[in-house]
Ligand binder design. Structure first.
Ligand code: C2E
Ligand code: CA
Ligand code: CA
Length: 597
């Protein structure tokens, strides 16, 4: 009996046919037990029935309401024979097979302590079963039990190969198989793919531990399954990434509607360990046409769309567009040119002043790197820093920025315009974990004769938490050589909160996403007020980023935050203009702390 999951039914059927002949009975059947629902399920029978009633009373028989003959199959360990005097049983057989009085021998399939099914032989009219025959049945049943165990193990393996352990959702391999089939020429289209990326899972893992993160993912998976319909395929690609493929062909408009529903569903707040967490998600929608696009075309589109959604701040949907395709070309081009950009002088710095909003006085200045691309004009650092990091150029780029900024700053100081001003320089995460970073910063400070407390490095909070042991040593080293430290984009993760007390940090820069809508968004105001209170509690300087409106400025002032940057106060300036501003010492301000609305 060489058999596997795919062939087991037909092989069983052939064996049953042989046994019917051998034992001279009229019917034989094989049933498996499903103990999870307490039922016996018909797997194979011989001869095949001609007019099977619908529903088939023999297909699934629940033990609870079964007659004694079926009920015995739940736990029996030894063969049993039933003769025509059992009325309940006779009735069910008559309903299912339309045959009158019968007798039956049933042999349980046994695996360990568990009865896993039953092998049955039915004879119309009466039949006696001799002990030798029953022994033979037992031997045959044990063969069937072995096949059953192997088939189930095989199915389990197949399930594991195609599903994700944590969530029971499909995995990448199953997703690819599914899309390969869906995108064959002639299949209905378009096929849409929704690529979901949890925005803050990392924070949850870091802050509350992996168990909470796992729990979070399971809840999410259940909700996804509930909302996207039975015919959809849902796969987890590991980490915090999921793909939903709706079962039916779907236009981009409908796919976006579905994405909106999922976004709303996943956005609800949850409380874990007393912490209120907002789970936000970014969703990218891509479409593929059967016969024209491949699985990787489709997944790449959805992936690129989700990157766009994340890049735009997360918690939103992006549908793949031709423009996005162009942007990929753009990135490739940047990657190509970036390698020699540092030597060929296409990089320069601008400076964003930091202002005391009460007086307009300039307190500090932040160096922002710019790239004058030969054909594309000014390229945003938000784009090319990420590319630089991905091709290991961030270290070199960072050294150039630090050295150039310090050099220019030293010139201003020599002119006598930058006394008491702090120079802030952004540091990419890669730099911070590079060997010898502290020493190289100290060397630059010595070279340009910068006094302690005049240089501040800005780091994002995620990098601090990723490897808290290494970074806290580095940060302590920087503090020792007289460098100030700022946490940039503060509030986007909150993961650093629990470490604030222990870290040698001087400044928090509150992320501009919270500042932009101050005055109209009460949630943002609540966060800003919390950060202000926090900064006070830890005796940290607080700088608001991205002040664009008067209402933002007055709201911040009203709540006690007076240091700020933003287009309302000043645009980023080239070095020369920054020097002139420093010479003046202040920008004009004409607002004051007004009572909030
Ligand atoms: P960041 O450190 O948060 O820098 C502030 C960014 O916000 C700057 O964009 C600045 O021009 C912009 N900004 C300032 N005020 C406003 C405002 O009122 N409204 C709006 N909409 N934007 C405002 P930029 O120069 O494009 O820099 C983007 C990011 O690139 C920076 O964010 C920083 O993370 C990174 N970056 C810039 N220069 C460097 C650098 O030299 N090294 C590294 N590692 N990263 C850098
Ligand atoms: Ca910054
Ligand atoms: Ca920032």
């Amino acid at each position: 009996m060489a058999t596997n999951a795919a062939t087991s039914v037909s092989v069983s059927q052939r064996v049953l046919a042989l046994l019917v002949e051998y034992f001279d009975v009229d019917v034989s059947f094989l049933r498996y037990n499903d103990h999870s629902i307490r039922a016996s399920i018909l797997i194979a029978e011989w001869p095949p029935r001609m007019d099977i009633p619908d529903p088939d009373p023999l297909k699934v028989v629940y033990f609870e309401d079964a007659d004694p003959v079926f009920a015995f199959a739940e736990t029996a360990k030894k063969p049993m024979v039933f003769r025509p005097d059992d009325e309940d049983y006779q009735k069910r057989i008559e309903e299912g097979r339309r045959i009158p009085q019968t007798s039956m021998a049933g042999t349980p399939l046994v695996s360990g302590d568990l009865t896993t099914g039953v092998l049955g032989f039915v004879k119309i009219g009466d039949r006696e079963w001799k002990p030798a025959e029953l022994n033979a049945l037992e031997a045959i049943a044990s063969l069937f039990a072995q096949v059953q165990a192997r088939v189930q193990a095989e199915e389990r393996l197949r399930y594991l190969a195609e599903h994700d352990d944590l969530t029971g959702l499909q995995n990448r391999r199953a997703l690819i198989d599914h899309l390969d089939a869906r995108l064959k020429a002639g299949r209905p289209g378009p096929v849409s793919a929704l690529y979901l990326d949890l925005d803050r899972l990392k924070t949850i893992n870091d802050y509350l531990g992996h168990n909470v993160g796992d729990w979070f993912i399971r809840v999410l998976a259940e909700r996804l399954q509930g909302e996207s319909g039975d015919s959809s395929l849902i796969a987890r690609l590991g980490g915090d990434e999921f793909v939903v493929i709706p079962g039916a062909p779907m236009s981009s408009v409908d796919a976006e509607q579905l994405a909106k529903r999922l976004l709303g569903l996943l956005r609800e707040r949850v409380v874990i360990d007393g912490e209120m967490l907002t789970r936000t998600v970014s969703i990218g929608v891509g479409l593929g046409t059967p016969g024209r696009d491949t699985t990787s075309d489709l997944l790449r589109r959805a992936d690129q769309a989700v990157l766009t959604a994340k890049g735009a701040g997360g918690n939103q949907i992006a549908v793949f567009s031709d423009e996005m395709a162009l942007r990929t070309d753009y990135q490739n081009d940047i990657e190509l040119h970036l390698r020699d950009v540092i030597e060929n002088g296409a990089l320069f710095l601008q400076y964003l002043p930091e202002i005391d909003m009460r007086t307009g006085e300039v307190l500090a200045t932040e160096a922002l790197v710019r790239w004058n691309h030969p054909t594309r004009g000014l390229v945003s650092p938000a784009v090319f820093i990420a590319v630089a990091e991905s091709i290991n150029l961030a270290g070199e780029l960072g050294r150039w920025v630090l050295r150039t900024a310090c050099e220019e700053f030293a010139r201003w100081r020599a002119l006598g315009v930058a006394a008491g001003i702090v120079l802030r320089v952004n540091v990419s995460p890669v730099q911070l974990v590079t060997d010898g970073f502290v020493e190289s910063v100290a060397a630059v400070m010595r070279e340009f004769d910068l006094e302690r407390g005049s240089l501040c490095l800005e780091i994002t909070e995620t990098v601090v938490v990723q490897d808290i042991e290494t970074t806290s040593v580095t940060l302590a080293g920087l503090r020792d050589v007289g460098v100030l430290l700022a946490i940039d984009d503060f509030g986007t993760g909150f993961s650093v909160l629990s470490h604030l007390k222990a870290l040698p940090v001087d400044v928090l820069k509150i992320d501009r996403s919270f500042v932009a809508d101050l005055g109209s968004n009460p949630d943002d105001l609540a966060i800003v007020r919390a950060v202000i209170a926090l900064a006070e509690a830890f005796e940290l300087e607080l700088v608001a980023e991205g002040v664009e409106t008067e209402i933002a400025a007055t709201t911040l002032l009203h709540h006690g935050c007076h240091r700020a940057q933003g287009f309302l106060l000043s645009r980023p300036l080239i070095g020369e203009d920054m020097a002139s501003l420093l010479a003046k010492g202040r920008v004009p301000v004409h607002f004051s702390a007004a009572p909030t609305l």
